[in-house]
Design a protein around this ligand. Structure first.
Ligand code: COA
Length: 492
């Protein structure tokens, strides 16, 4: 059928669950058709709104199209779409921000209402119901099982070259939960397809569309500085015997994460790496070119347009180095713990006592969501949080007296890095942490004001353990709200 015919099945107030994890592997033609239909119904004065479940963030053809048509009433578990973010913050969309590892489990246990319709992008589908997914795993297997009807977007762009890259394993969530027998990033434990009942497939729409990721941006000076601090630190830890060689890594999304892998590729002292991660970006090509990639296990291949072309051109040669999994496997606390990952995620802000805010600007404005950052941080061997020391031309310090929203507490964090330096917080008391974070990570403009607040706390706070002054804890944030600058400087 065509996309409009598929969209005609969707009813008001339905729960739709789709493939997609980052702008990779999401359906690309049925959602725009649903948006067209929704607009027509709205113009005719009819109600038409949806609940949307996905793996994580998706591409503009899904979140963007449906948000612009004002069709999303409820959304989970993560997003990074400008229009949707505005609607969430305007109170028009109910957004549930979940740890990504939990989504399939919540579906399987019925904690989340099951979707009526699953819309999933595939590179092949067989008459007996074998669905070969495209560039991401996401929560597609759980959604395909839970939905009562399925629409497949059979994307010809990738040909059938992606067939075999997936390892689909659907854990039985118990209790008791069974062991996930993954001992190295390359271990395969499932099948290359999702098996569904063919009776549930209500339609197949042929497409021919690349994933809609943006172009790859070369890392800037600050990103490279952050990457260099991390590499130096890892080499130092290995020399001291505190970090075994060859521990697999998880690297988050964005430019900083890309830069770390680029710098690893460039560094002659850096050994080959294995990735056990959620998202793989273009920087992986540099590792391959320098013969430094052992294995890349991921939930999504989020390549730029040029990256997608390169991957498809070389897939036969590279196939053995890539594996795509579902998000309850890539982000499984059990597997992350067993593999002893080094995990690197980006913070919006970090405070001097070691807490991290990944999600809410000024404690209120939702940015994207927690994503997989806590799945990795709480369970890995070495959690690293990175950010630039300041944002918005220096009007915001990313090192603050107290985070305005806490996603990762001082008990979970270990290493903070900005372009200024790296703070190793392991084993330190709150005041020791504060001193080292200010010294190593804060921007020079903010070191004095942060030290002043800390010292004032040591004089006046109820305890010298965490010398927090409630009257000054949010001084930076209040300054920003009142005059657009965390130090209260006049902005032109
Ligand atoms: N206050 C206000 N705005 C801030 C800010 C702060 N403390 N820190 C950063 N920003 C702004 C930046 O200025 C930038 O704005 P712009 O888009 O207008 O330029 C934007 O936030 C993104 O920041 P950037 O420094 O470019 O980093 P990023 O693109 O890597 O995003 C997060 C950072 C925290 C938003 C992003 O990593 C995220 O959503 N993380 C949570 C989920 C996660 O960690 N997933 C990975 C698990 S694999």
């Amino acid at each position: 059928m065509n996309a409009d015919e598929a969209a005609a099945f969707i009813e008001h107030d339905e729960i739709i669950a789709t493939s997609g994890f980052t702008p990779a592997g999401h359906p690309k033609v049925i959602p725009p058709a649903i948006a067209r239909r929704g607009r027509q119904l709205h113009e005719a004065g009819e109600d038409f709104g949806l609940t949307l479940y996905t793996g994580a963030s998706t591409g503009d053809e899904l979140d963007g199209e449906l948000a612009r048509a004002q069709l999303i009433n409820r959304r989970l578990p993560y997003q990074s779409c400008k229009e949707l973010r505005e609607q969430i913050n305007a109170g028009k969309v109910e957004f549930s921000d979940f740890h990504l590892s939990n989504v399939p489990y919540y579906i399987q246990t019925g904690f989340l209402a099951p979707p009526k319709t699953a819309i999933v992008e595939a590179v092949d589908v067989t008459a007996d119901g074998k669905v070969y997914l495209s560039t991401s795993g996401g929560a597609s297997a759980a959604y395909l099982q839970a939905a009562s009807r399925i629409f497949i977007e059979w994307n010809q762009f990738f040909g059938t070259k992606l067939k075999g890259l997936h390892d689909i394993y659907e854990p039985q969530h118990g209790p008791p939960r069974h062991i996930l027998p993954i001992y190295t990033p390359s271990d395969r434990i499932g099948t290359p397809y999702v098996q569904v009942s063919p009776d549930k497939i209500a339609g197949i729409v042929l497409t021919d569309k690349a994933d809609s990721s943006g172009s790859f941006r070369q890392p800037d000076e600050n990103c490279r500085a952050i990457a260099c601090h991390i590499l130096e630190f890892l080499q130092h830890e290995r020399r001291r015997g505190r970090l075994p060689q060859g521990q697999p890594m998880q690297s988050g999304v964005g430019n900083i994460a890309n830069a770390v892998l680029s710098c690893m590729a460039d560094d002659p002292h850096c050994d080959p790496v294995s990735l056990y991660t959620e998202v793989i970006q273009d920087s992986v090509f540099e590792l391959i070119e320098q013969d430094k990639l052992e294995m890349a296990s991921t939930c999504a291949l989020a390549f730029s347009p040029e990256g997608q072309a390169k991957f498809l051109a070389n897939i036969d040669e590279w196939r053995s180095k890539f594996l795509i999994r579902q998000q309850d496997i890539t982000n499984s606390p059990e597997v992350i713990h067993r593999l002893g990952l080094i995990s690197m995620n980006t913070a919006l802000e970090m405070d001097i006592f070691g807490n991290v805010n990944s999600t809410h600007v000024l404690g209120s404005i939702m940015m994207n969501g927690i994503g997989g950052s806590a799945d990795f941080t709480r369970n890995c061997l070495l959690p690293i949080f990175m950010t630039q020391s300041q944002s918005k031309g220096g009007r915001i310090s990313n090192v603050v007296p107290l985070v305005s929203h806490a996603d990762h507490s001082e008990h979970s964090t270990q290493i903070f890095v900005t372009e200024q330096g790296l703070a190793d917080l392991r084993g330190l008391s709150p005041v020791e942490r504060a001193r080292v974070i200010i010294e190593k990570c804060a921007h020079p403009d903010y070191k004095g004001p942060l030290t002043d607040i800390l010292n004032d706390g040591l004089e006046r706070a109820p305890s010298k353990h965490i010398p927090l002054l409630l009257d000054r804890a949010f001084e930076f944030h209040r300054n920003y709200l009142s005059c657009g600058d965390m130090l209260g400087r006049k902005t032109s």
